[in-house]
Design a protein. Sequence first.
Length: 80
Amino acid sequence: MKSGFLMSISRVGFRPVGMFEAAIMAKIFNGAKPRQLLQLFQESPNIALNLKTAEIIGLYLHANVLAAADEIYNEISAPE
């Protein structure tokens, strides 16, 4: 997003994934069979917007779109 994409689904961090995997491993260490465990991790998507890209292409983003965004970038940064 920092590099100029207009909109994307983003991940805030890996903590939820790590907690899910740790809970699965704890169940296995305590005797559960891996086959018996639901090992499907579902994470709610986060929306990221780049306002500078919207400005460049002349796109007006309504307040409800901005309110739904979890991350908003105001500039386009060079890739690191």
